[in-house]
Design a binder for this molecule. Structure first.
Ligand SMILES: C[S@@+](CC[C@H](N)C(=O)[O-])C[C@H]1O[C@@H](n2cnc3c(N)ncnc32)[C@H](O)[C@@H]1O
Length: 262
């Protein structure tokens, strides 16, 4: 059932959009002394090797982070995490969202990560092991369905915080399910920042979901970037991040990122 492997796509243009905005939001949350929670429903393996056969096969990272990194400001939290990850794990290492989060969180913040695929879950636990020190936030890693966990884990303590929902959309009903789940999560956790990533495919299966979510959340931020398909016949031509309760300044950051993609 679970055949998607993020190793083929790590560091691609969609990851750059998602990870740059995620890092910016976590950095924003970390600027106050108050602790925050981070929940991730579809975490992936946490650490990727961009010199590995998967990245070489698709060439997506070469057109993604390798092409855009130098255009991001040097002090951007995403670039800071990239530098830290390479210093620790080697020049071709790339951080997935769980690693980005833990690198930007403080020891008193708390993280809960869900990954259902057994091998990805195991790799995630291993990737986080070096961060299990007094200098990092504590992370619970669950082998659970992230969609169900989005509800069962909310509202978290502390209530201040962020949830990233980043499904692989292998199950086509995910779009309809998410249009229903997000409002339920927001009712349970009305102060939480809820960030939903989605692919923009040529036949736009995301469109009804986003229309419905915009009706439910008129104040949310919808940030979309377009890019050429990774290879001929590839259906992904862009990606989006829908953010409920966007933190102050995120609109400007999203505009800066759009300019970079243009
Ligand atoms: C797009 S990848 C995650 C990438 C990661 N968020 C990042 O940015 O580095 C989606 C992940 O969700 C996992 N997955 C698929 N269905 C799931 C489910 N129902 N619950 C939890 N994880 C699931 C897949 O195994 C895959 O690792």
């Amino acid at each position: 059932m679970l055949s998607y492997q993020h190793a083929y796509h790590a560091g691609n243009l969609a990851d750059v959009q998602k990870h740059a905005l995620l890092a910016w939001m976590l950095d924003y949350l970390g600027q106050k002394d108050k602790a925050f929670s981070y929940i991730e429903t579809h975490a992936g393996r946490g650490l990727y090797d961009l010199s590995g056969p998967e990245a070489a096969k698709t060439g997506e990272a070469a057109k993604g982070i390798a092409a855009l990194e130098a255009r991001l400001p040097a002090a951007h939290p995403y670039r800071r995490v990239l530098d830290l990850t390479r210093a620790e794990s080697g020049a071709s290492a790339y951080p997935g969202s769980p690693l980005i989060a833990l690198r930007l969180m403080r020891p008193f913040d708390s993280a809960t990560l869900c990954e259902l695929h057994p091998a990805e879950h195991q790799a995630l636990v291993a990737a986080l092991a070096p961060l299990r020190t007094a200098h990092h936030a504590s992370a619970r890693v669950l082998k659970e369905d992230g969609m169900a966990a989005a509800l069962s884990l909310t509202p978290p303590m502390p209530r201040r915080g962020l949830m990233l929902i980043d499904p692989s959309f292998e199950v086509k009903t995910d779009y309809e399910r998410l249009a229903l789940i997000l409002p339920q999560v927001a009712r349970r956790w009305n102060v939480g920042i809820l960030a939903l990533w989605y692919p923009i495919l040529t036949d736009a299966p995301h469109a009804p979901m986003i229309r419905s979510l915009r009706r439910s959340f008129p104040e949310a931020l919808t940030h979309e970037v377009r890019f050429p398909p990774a290879r001929e016949g590839h259906r992904m031509v862009g990606s989006g991040l829908f953010v409920v309760n966007p933190p102050y300044g995120l609109h400007d950051e999203a505009k800066r990122l759009s300019a970079l993609f243009r």
